[in-house]
Design a protein. Structure first.
Length: 262
């Protein structure tokens, strides 16, 4: 099966930046790559950043813990990049989720083993391709060799058709993952427990994998914010790039602190 998100609600040519003032009772759900960190040629090149870590820690404190990072990366990788400053995390598109009750981790699907062998062999045949194994999913990145896009996607689609794995196409990557969760379901799960109970969800992301998060936020009384170039999306607002995200989050933090001081 293939995951492309739900029906598109907006064309991003119509989208404006989100309000500088975050809504009262907001719960922030933030993607990492392309949102909080620039896209790099290789995933491991994204590392800790003291300014990012401090901002996220300050926001989480101001929001009484209502901040989560929701990403396709592994939990261990997210903790490395975020310096362990973010407690609430959904990793591998929600297949691993850490909340107040500890870590909830799905079991790898048996069909992953065959997909792992096929994608790894493709990467061995082309040094520009990068194979990534996250235990609950396997991915093949073709950012460094865009001409391989058709071959990579075709191979991934063939694997998805012959298995129960979910094909998730992202920014220059094809990923096959264990079924059962997505970023939208992760948002909904967080909102069912403290400290997110009753929060207004705002989901910020850049990729096709974030469309489920945008849809869930809208369905549950909040909104999505697309980061990056214009495209059809379910988000209600748009920011240009990672710098714009940082500026907007910093302005939101000032607003929250102003309300608290008042």
């Amino acid at each position: 099966m293939t995951a492309f998100g739900s029906a598109v609600r907006h064309a991003s040519t119509d989208l404006q930046p989100p309000p500088a003032a975050l809504p009262p009772g907001v719960g922030l759900f933030l993607d990492l790559d392309g949102t909080l960190a620039p896209i790099m040629p290789r995933p491991e090149e994204v590392g800790p950043d003291s300014r990012r870590a401090a901002l996220l820690q300050d926001l989480a404190l101001a929001l009484d813990g209502r901040l989560a990072v929701v990403s396709g990366r592994s939990l261990e990788d997210l903790d490395r990049i975020l310096e362990g400053r973010v407690g609430a995390v959904a990793a591998v598109h929600g297949l691993v989720r850490r909340g107040v009750n500890g870590v909830d981790r799905a079991r790898p699907h048996p069909d992953l083993e065959h997909a792992r062998e096929v994608l790894r062999d493709l990467a061995r045949g082309d040094p520009g391709l990068l194979f990534e194994d996250k235990d609950l999913s396997v991915a093949l990145h073709y950012r460094n060799v865009p001409s391989a896009a058709d071959a990579v996607i075709e191979a991934a689609e063939r694997l998805a058709r012959s298995s129960d794995l979910v094909l998730q196409l992202g920014d220059m990557v094809a990923e096959l993952r264990t079924p059962g969760q997505d970023k939208g379901k992760a948002v909904a799960a967080f909102l069912r427990e403290a400290p997110f109970l009753g929060a207004v969800p705002v989901f910020v992301g850049d990729d096709l994998t974030d469309e489920d998060g945008f849809a869930a936020a809208a369905r549950l009384g909040g909104y999505g914010v697309l980061v990056g170039p214009e495209r059809p999306t379910q988000a209600a607002y748009r920011l240009n790039d990672v710098k714009a995200v940082f500026d907007w989050l910093s302005a939101g933090l000032k607003t929250i602190r102003g309300r608290t001081a008042a």
